[in-house]
Design a protein around this ligand. Structure first.
Ligand code: PMP
Ligand code: GLN
Length: 382
């Protein structure tokens, strides 16, 4: 194993999902729904498989999917992107993240990200030779503090890496926070990469505002998303990046050496979903909101104070009232003691911060009966 790979701790998700499989525990760890997305969209993929979409698609993505992505950005947010030059299709948002960091970051450049963060941010920044700086979103509110943001920026900062709605905290950045990020990005002439994979999973009273819609942002912002969360098709791994041609071409420049091209038969189906199933994600969000409440109320009642997330699949609890202080120990013991899997927040930190030690994350993108069973097991454990 190369020093490059060995230096990065293995992803927490594989470890916890393996534990769930091995113990038969209720898996409230890795964020994937236990009900598939729309059958009509799956049918489109089957039709594409049967009608000859089985060879390499263009590296940048099929023209139809790029048009559908551009139309989606316009219809939802009034963002205009040219499907010819300002959209690239990737193998999940994960490859868009990889492409963005490998395509934009030189050795020694600093990447500033809201911490905790999706673990690939740290791995890919390291692969690119960059240095990751965290801006803490601190419990219990997980809001962005202007002083923390300004303290993280230096002369070497190249990229501001944002994620909203935010995994793992469930924070949806509000206007004030977005305006602060935009001001700082303009002031320091930063490239902004914004991971918006949970763009449609936002709950009552909150709104997802893409950073690219703020003044001065369109020309410096690369927006990432994917089909996985919006359409409950996480295994499809079709994602995209949109933004100014020079930023998109940096992603494509890296992507051509990573995967060259992404799954051909899925692309027409994803285009179809964006064009013909536009209302599906909003209905999913309404469903998820009820599940969020079920899980959060249940955890609160069990002595696990849980922050009610504004978006995403995830809720975060503080474990100290149950007599635990270390989330990793708690999550490693939980499958045996209770038959439930959760993710320690430590898996989302990579800068030495200990802010997440007493916190664990639960996924509520599961059938209500599964959530109820998880809660029942937690209640019955010693
Ligand atoms: N970003 C965030 C914040 C995520 O939670 C995920 C979920 N795995 C991804 C990116 C990756 O998305 P995809 O599955 O499309 O690669
Ligand atoms: N984004 C999902 C989560 O945070 C899945 C992670 C992954 O597949 N690496 O649980």
């Amino acid at each position: 194993t190369s020093a490059r790979v060995a230096a990065i701790p293995p992803t927490v998700f594989s470890r916890m999902s393996a534990l769930a499989t091995a113990t038969g525990a209720v898996n409230l760890g890795q964020g994937f729904p236990d009900t598939d997305g729309p059958a009509s969209v799956v049918d489109q993929a089957v039709a594409a498989l049967r009608s000859g979409h089985n060879q390499y698609s263009p590296g940048v993505g099929t023209a139809g999917l790029r048009r559908a992505i551009a139309a989606h950005q316009w219809a939802h947010y009034g963002i205009t992107v040219d499907p010819e030059t300002e959209v690239v299709v990737t193998t999940g948002a994960t490859e868009a993240i990889a492409g963005a960091l490998l395509g934009l970051v030189d050795p020694g450049d600093e990447v500033v990200a809201l911490e905790p963060f999706y673990d690939s941010y740290a791995a890919m920044t390291a692969f690119a030779g960059g240095v990751l700086k965290g801006v803490p979103l601190r419990a219990p509110d997980f809001r962005l503090d202007p002083d923390d943001l300004r303290a993280a920026i230096t002369r070497r900062t190249k990229v501001l890496l944002v994620n909203t709605p935010h995994n793992p905290t469930g924070t949806v950045l509000n206007r004030e926070e977005l305006e602060l990020l935009a001001r700082v990005a303009v002031e320091h002439d930063l490239v902004v990469v914004t991971d918006e994979v949970y763009e449609h999973l936002v709950y009552t009273g909150h709104e997802h505002v893409p950073l690219a819609t703020l003044p001065g942002m369109a020309e410096r912002t690369l927006t990432l998303s994917s089909v996985g969360k919006s359409f409950s098709l996480t295994g499809w791994k079709v994602g995209w990046a949109t933004g100014p041609a020079e930023l998109v071409s940096a992603v494509l420049g890296a992507k051509q050496w990573l995967s060259f091209t992404s799954g051909a038969p899925l692309q027409p189906a994803v285009a179809w979903a964006l064009e013909h199933a536009q209302d599906w994600p909003a209905a999913l969000a309404r469903d998820l909101e009820a599940r969020r409440d079920l899980l959060c109320d249940g955890l609160d009642a069990l002595g696990l104070p849980t922050r009610r997330p504004e978006g995403t699949y995830f809720a975060v609890s503080d474990i100290r009232r149950l007599g635990w202080s270390d989330g990793l120990e708690f999550c490693l013991a939980l499958p045996e003691r209770a038959g439930v899997v959760a993710i320690p927040l430590q898996g989302f930190y990579a800068t030495g911060s200990r802010d997440g030690e007493q916190l664990v994350r639960w996924a509520f993108c599961k059938e209500p009966a599964v959530l109820e069973e998880g809660l029942r097991r937690l209640g019955a454990a010693d």
